[in-house]
Design a protein around this ligand. Structure first.
Ligand code: ADP
Ligand code: MG
Length: 694
């Protein structure tokens, strides 16, 4: 058995392998082009490709693929084998430099939101050399960005890389002002905590709703849910422990830093957190993690559900996106330092994040908007749809003191000026954490908790990076022109706190009074995906992304269309699935049970009163009538949906009319499930599913 260090990254063409396998000169040239962010020459690429191929073949690979992340939210791959025919009818294994750096998949079947109409149908993929190639199921996977021939991003990775570049540029300007001459690069770091459910494969396969939509569309509450809080951090069931072990090992081989695993709040719910890494790698690794979670589950006779709300009435799943910025010299820019000067720098970066989150609340909300996540945000288990920042009491007092020009600590006699006092170290332990905040400062990073469990974290991070880059740009502009740096800095921080403190909230985000208070503060509350997306193309958002070259206007419009379309398509599939289940399974089951009751009553009536059968029969008959009426309403609502040619109107129609017809149908369906004998009910119950893994 290989030890963990031996196992870790054994399927990754990482720096160690490159050093071993590449000629010194090639390695140096390749490193240099990575560091300079320049494309490597074809000669260098050819040598790298060859070494990569030999290594891949030795490790069992026969194919390669450009692994990319189109706007479907999942990864895409087209496998090509290394074979190349020879004159004598044999094959040799080949992989050229050209094939490594660029691929040309047919883009026409990926969502492009109109970009395809204006530009060419074909797209190309280009290697992202900052993310290592790896072997997955016999295929060498090369992480790539995916663009149209006109250069428009058709994927999630390109804008993310651009946003990291934007932040790098602006953060360096600010750091220079603080005299950090040795700093030449700033990267954003991300550690995503991934939640998921595990249920038995047998149960899964008996549920059309899970198969087609990833969530249950019917299902009444089990006698026991999460009310006892006995699952959270509880001992792992043996089958779950085996699964997690297999998952860890699978991920370690792929170089994913899987670190923490535990049971979550809901029965059958679990979490995996990796150690944080550079944003684009974290995004790639999170995609791999989700893929492996599903594949490994299959090997264990289970199914992993990544949907945001697979079960009504118990918690849904999210993805906590821990985020920070780090310099190439190893300084975490969101960590308070030892010296007053470091602390002033920390406070400025903190203010940049506060201002960014306040000014682009809507964009952060939009970045996590999906039909699935709508069931979660604001549902008293996940953060509300209102954006706010938790910074903790201690930091809050400091900011208030700065704003009011008074000493933070009563013992402190020095005049309260930024740069002349030492900040306390902020506690980093869990106990002090506010779990209801959508955006929480956790000592040396922010945790953005609104992301949905199934979504790519590329977009939320793109938004966060760009918004912070924008504030740093404004700060740098102001401070670069300042006469007296220290006093200008002090004024800037003071002013930022005064203008943006409305976004700071340390209280309970689930509390209804907070929603009212947030409204008074003028914070946005975009409750649903259509409402959120309506703001994507607001002038200020267009200005943000185009200024920093993260999205062009056509790219933003395409994303707007794609997201609205996805929303409508998701609801359409869900509605169709409900209709299918209602017509083909639930109605017949309830009706058959009713007949059985009637037959029982008829055969017993000569001897006993049968009042129980009759009472139940009446209730079931009334419910089936009502259920059938609601089924027809949903069918009619769906038939109308085609009328809307504008995607925004269609999305609002789905939300207001189709979704409410679905909710109404479900409520009768669930009531019927409660009254119908288990033998007659066509699906495994919530109890069966949630407690299916032993
Ligand atoms: P909790 O559940 O208490 O929030 P976890 O340990 O489950 O804590 O997750 C914390 C996550 O934050 C981990 O993925 C960790 O690597 C990540 N993290 C820690 N420091 C940073 C940082 N500087 N930048 C980004 N992520 C970080
Ligand atoms: Mg967390």
């Amino acid at each position: 058995m290989a030890t963990v260090p031996e196992m870790f990254g054994c399927l990754v063409f990482n720096d160690k392998v490159m050093q071993e396998r590449l000629p010194r000169e090639t390695y140096k040239l390749m490193k240099k082009s990575f560091l300079d962010g320049k494309r490597m020459s074809l000669e260098v690429a050819t040598v790298v490709a060859n070494a990569m191929k030999d290594w891949a073949i030795e490790n069992g690979a026969t194919h390669y693929t450009h692994w990319f992340q189109p706007m479907t939210g999942i990864t895409a791959e087209k496998h090509d084998s290394f074979i190349s025919p020879t004159d004598n009818g044999n094959v040799i294994m080949e992989f050229s430099g050209k094939e490594l750096v660029r691929g040309e998949p047919d883009a026409s079947s990926f969502p492009s939101g109109g970009l395809r109409a204006t530009f060419e149908a074909r797209g190309y993929t280009a290697w992202d050399p900052t993310s290592y190639a790896f072997i997955k199921e016999g295929t060498l996977c090369i992480p790539t960005a995916f663009c149209s021939y006109g250069g428009e991003a058709l994927d999630q990775k390109t804008p993310l890389l651009r946003s990291m570049e934007a932040l790098n540029k602006q953060a360096l300007r600010v750091l220079k002002l603080f005299g950090n001459e040795d700093v030449t690069g700033v990267k954003t770091t991300v550690g995503p905590e991934q939640e998921y459910f595990l249920i038995s494969r047998e149960m899964y396969e008996a549920r059309k709703d899970l198969i087609y939509t990833g969530r249950t569309l019917f299902g009444c509450k089990p006698p026991k849910g999460q009310e006892m809080d006995d699952h959270y951090f509880g001992t792992l069931k043996p089958a779950v422990a085996d699964y997690m072990k297999d998952l860890d090992e699978t991920l370690w081989k792929l170089g994913v830093l899987a670190k923490t695993k535990h049971n979550e709040v809901a029965p059958a719910q679990h979490e995996l957190a990796p150690i944080f890494t550079t944003s684009n790698i974290a995004v790639d690794h999170n995609q791999l993690t989700m893929e492996m979670m599903k594949k490994v589950a299959r090997r264990h006779g289970m199914v992993c559900l990544l949907h945001e709300k697979p079960f009504e009435g118990v918690n849904g799943s999210g993805k906590h996106n821990n985020w920070s910025m780090i310099t190439n010299t190893g300084t975490n820019l969101l960590e308070a330092g030892q010296t007053p000067y470091e602390n002033a720098q920390f406070l400025l970066f903190l203010c940049a994040v506060i201002k960014a989150v306040d000014e682009y609340q809507d964009m952060l909300r939009i970045s996590v908007a999906s039909a699935g996540n709508d069931h979660r945000l604001g549902a008293n288990e996940a953060p509300p749809a209102v954006m706010s920042i938790f910074i903790g009491d201690e930091l809050m007092e400091i900011l208030e003191a700065i704003e009011a020009d008074r000493p933070y600590d009563s013992k402190e006699t020095l005049l309260m000026k930024i740069g002349v006092h030492v900040l306390p170290r902020f506690p980093k332990d869990n106990t002090d954490r506010n779990r209801t905040s959508p955006f929480a400062f956790t000592g040396n990073r922010f945790e953005f908790r609104m992301a949905g469990s199934s979504q790519s974290i590329a977009t939320p991070n793109t938004v966060l990076n760009t918004a912070v880059a924008e504030e740093l740009r404004i700060f740098a502009d102001e401070l670069e022109g300042a006469q007296d740096f220290t006093s200008s800095l002090h004024e800037l921080i003071k002013r930022t706190i005064a203008q943006h403190k409305r976004i700071l909230f340390n209280g309970n985000g689930y509390d209804e009074s907070w929603i009212a208070e947030a409204e008074r503060r003028g914070l946005s509350n975009l409750k649903s995906t259509p409402e959120a997306l309506s703001h994507l193309l607001d002038d200020k958002n267009i200005a943000l992304f185009t200024t920093h070259n993260v999205f062009s206007l056509p790219e933003m419009k395409s994303r707007y269309e794609i997201n609205l379309e996805n929303y409508c398509k998701t609801l359409n599939i869900e509605a169709l699935t409900m209709i299918d289940m209602a017509r083909h399974d639930i109605f017949p089951a309830a009706s058959a049970y009713a007949s059985q009751l009637a037959a029982n009553a008829a055969s017993k009536e000569a001897f006993v009163s049968c009042s129980a059968e009759k009472k139940l029969l009446e209730r079931i008959s009334a419910l089936t009538d009502s259920f059938y009426g609601k089924l027809e309403t949903l069918e009619a609502a769906l038939a109308e949906a085609d009328k809307y040619t504008n995607s925004k109107d269609a999305a609002f129609y789905y939300k207001d009319t189709v979704l409410s017809a679905m909710d109404a149908l479900r409520s009768d369906g669930d009531a019927l499930e409660q009254l119908t004998a288990a033998d007659f009910w066509p699906y495994p119950s919530y109890g069966d599913m949630l407690f299916s893994i032993k």
